[in-house]
Ligand binder design. Structure first.
Ligand code: GLU
Length: 322
């Protein structure tokens, strides 16, 4: 057993679809081909959007596809709990640390005020417009006054002078300009901890050495790197796999057909067919043929994963179904 550790971290806010299975398979292969440990973590931190039955369904779908994990909400492990809604005290502790070293400030901006600056430059595509820093320099007195009218969110102060660079295992050298998307929320006004903070605390607590995930989260990486640094935690290696796109250039979704794992199963598409199709798209096999996930372990080569979004043409989509 090597000390390589990776994870798949689904958000149970919808049915798992081929795009999720794609990231799950590649994260799993990266770890299994290195004889490492694979962790399943349920990212249900945004309570109102998540449903427990979808969490159970996600685990069932992954197992049906032939993926397994050494630690997770259903099998337990040394870093329990593996469900974010049960890990709130860890996030609160991190918030206290960040507050103590003056890295956070309360933000009283309303949604309307935030939208008003929506055209501000340097936003991150997946992260929305850059925050203009409106509340960063409020005096303690101003903060006190505003607290009487409104519960604030908490924002992390991003250093505006330093560019962020990191080496992505698939995309290569990534550079983000100073200020990367502006100061970001780590706790919302409704008390919900942000994805950015929870994911960093969990990946560090669970000793992740490698994070392989969809390229939609590439823009989150600089923010997460800043959090690792501010908390004095070691950051994992990152690798972002390209997104699967429809022919219209939009991310594969319901409008391109029902590609939920449950829907495919219902349509009689077997797990080995789905895995074979994904492995072919990922450059891991020369042609499309059904294959068990475990059979791919010995051949996995991260260097063969394409570094451009993959368009699922109608022909490719048909291949999956028939
Ligand atoms: N929970 C996130 C999602 O489903 C993934 C988080 C991550 O891999 O960092 O999009």
């Amino acid at each position: 057993m090597s000390n390589i550790r990776g994870r798949f971290a689904p958000t149970p806010s919808g049915l798992m679809h081929v795009g999720n299975a794609w990231a799950a398979l590649l994260a799993w292969l990266q770890i299994r081909s290195n004889n490492g440990q694979f962790v399943l973590r349920m990212e249900d931190i945004d309570g109102p959007r998540c449903r427990p039955e979808l969490a159970g369904q996600a685990l069932a779908d992954l197992r049906w596809l032939g993926l397994d994990w050494d630690e997770g909400p259903d099998v337990g492990g040394p870093h329990s709990p593996y469900t974010q809604s049960e890990r709130i005290p860890f996030y609160e502790e991190a918030l206290d640390k960040l507050l103590a070293c003056d890295k956070l400030y309360p933000c009283f901006c309303s949604r309307a005020e935030l939208l008003a600056v929506a055209s501000a430059p340097h936003g991150l595509s997946s992260e929305g417009p850059a925050y203009a820093g409106t509340c960063r320099h409020l005096t303690l007195e101003q903060q006190r006054e505003r607290r009487e009218a409104k519960t604030p969110s908490l924002r992390f102060k991003v250093d505006e002078t330093r560019a962020i660079t990191y080496e992505d295992g698939i995309a290569g050298t990534m550079r983000f300009p100073p200020g990367v998307g502006g100061d970001f929320v780590v706790r919302r006004a409704d008390g919900i901890i942000s994805y950015q903070l929870a994911v960093v605390i969990d990946d560090a607590a669970m000793n992740m050495t490698d994070v392989l995930r969809g390229a939609d989260l590439m823009d989150s990486t600089p923010r997460q790197l800043l959090l690792y640094e501010a908390l004095g935690l070691p950051a994992p290696r990152f690798a972002h796999v390209p997104l699967l796109m429809g022919e219209d250039g939009k991310r594969l979704a319901k409008r391109h057909g029902d590609t939920s794992i449950a829907g495919l199963k219902e349509a009689g598409v077997g797990p080995e067919r789905i895995i074979g199709w994904l492995a072919f798209l990922a450059g891991q096999t020369d042609r499309f043929e059904p294959i068990a996930a475990t059979e791919l372990i010995g051949y996995f080569d991260q260097g063969r994963i394409p570094n451009e979004p993959i368009t699922i043409s109608e022909t490719l989509m048909k291949q999956l179904f028939y």
